[in-house]
Design a protein around this ligand. Structure first.
Ligand SMILES: NC(=O)c1ccc[n+]([C@@H]2O[C@H](COP(=O)([O-])OP(=O)(O)OC[C@H]3O[C@@H](n4cnc5c(N)ncnc54)[C@H](OP(=O)(O)O)[C@@H]3O)[C@@H](O)[C@H]2O)c1
Length: 330
């Protein structure tokens, strides 16, 4: 099968379309023929080795010293089950599914094997493969942070970086959970975030949310520009700051914030749970959650997709499609 192999850390030029062995499902696994995947901020980070401050060494130990130990990037997919292992009973050939492989990656390929009990669920029938591929990365991250931040109905939430993959998911989920939502983005994305349900949109080029006197129960920072030192004055007395992106210095400060105030800072990797995929699929099926797709690129042009993601300006998600024109599936 064809796969995109990341030959070393570097620019999108390090990505090579390569012929690799097609995986064979183990007894408890299913083999998925991938119809769509995405290029996320995680793919950009790992390929370029642009790590948040203080995480360089640990990331090399975890992901590979000079090149990626798992050289096939791609955290999420949507596709069709082609075959199942002899003990796998939960899926059958022909099932349309989506999956979140998260840190184990490997979705930038024509096929992927996953345990039937792994992070894979049936695709919502009303979503295309392209849409389903873009459900997981932003959706599960935002959901996990809101869970850890104990978001309650009626609370005031601000999302900094509301137009990215995590931001567009966070705005929609916060609205779904009954919050009043303020979305922070650039002028070009004001209409987008309002269309997702934001009650108020702040253009960060015109207004600094930390200086307008407003306070929030929860602030979500997906950009790294709203650390506690900057946003503490915008948090209510028992406010929670959800740092989806931050460096080691902010993480080391967390215990001090807890000891010296009733405010809370929450950071670290989001949990990857199959129940969260099911929850997001249910919301999408009911029309309560919509994966935002900025651009689609054919599989063979994935390096171009990386170049676009590298700009840091994508809106929602960038999707990669496979030519399955010989298939009848949508
Ligand atoms: N902790 C975790 O487990 C976890 C999970 C997923 C992602 N992350 C991290 O979270 C970050 C966000 O991920 P993502 O996938 O959502 O990124 P993304 O989709 O690449 O975000 C792009 C968006 O960032 C916005 N942006 C750039 N500068 C901004 C600024 N100064 N103020 C407000 N918005 C700004 C851009 O909007 P404009 O063009 O409008 O500026 C663009 O729409 C990444 O760094 C990623 O590594 C962490």
């Amino acid at each position: 099968m064809k796969a995109i192999v990341c030959t070393k850390y570097g620019s999108p030029d390090v990505l090579k379309l390569t012929e690799v062995a097609k995986p064979i499902p183990k007894d408890n696994e299913i083999l998925i023929k991938i119809h769509a995947t995405t290029v996320t901020s995680a793919d950009w980070r790992l390929r370029s080795f642009e790590m948040p401050q203080g995480f360089g060494l640990i990331s090399r130990l975890v992901f590979g010293i000079n090149k990626l130990r798992q050289p096939i990037l791609g955290t999420e997919l949507a596709g069709e089950v082609e075959s199942v292992g002899k003990n796998a009973t939960k899926f059958k050939a022909g099932d349309r599914v989506f999956a979140f492989c998260g840190a184990t990656m490997g979705c930038h390929a024509e096929y992927k094997c996953l345990p039937e009990d792994g992070p894979v669920v049936l695709k919502p029938a009303n979503l295309s493969y392209e849409e389903a591929a873009a459900l997981s990365f932003g959706g599960t991250t935002a959901l996990d942070f809101f869970r850890r931040g104990n978001l309650q109905q009626g609370e005031k939430v601000l999302v900094n970086g509301a137009s990215g993959a995590v931001g567009t998911a966070a705005v929609q989920l916060a609205k779904y959970f009954g919050a009043q939502v303020t979305a922070v983005c650039s002028s070009a994305n004001l209409e987008l975030v309002k269309s997702l349900g934001a009650d108020r949109a702040i253009d960060y080029t015109q207004e600094d949310f930390t200086k307008n006197g407003e306070t929030y129960d929860i602030i979500v920072d997906t950009v790294g520009t709203a650390p506690f030192s900057r946003s503490k004055g915008s948090l209510k007395e028992t406010g929670r700051l959800l740092l989806v992106l931050c460096g080691l210095p902010e993480i080391l400060q967390i215990p001090w914030v807890s000891v010296t105030s009733d405010k809370k800072v929450i950071a670290g990797p989001a949990a990857e749970r199959v129940e969260d995929l099911r929850f997001i699929a249910k919301l999408a099926e009911a029309g309560e959650f919509k994966p935002i797709i900025d651009r689609c690129y054919p599989f063979e042009e994935i390096a171009e997709a990386h170049r676009y993601v590298d700009t840091g300006r994508k809106k929602g998600n960038v999707v990669i499609t496979f030519d399955r024109s010989s298939d009848t599936a949508q």
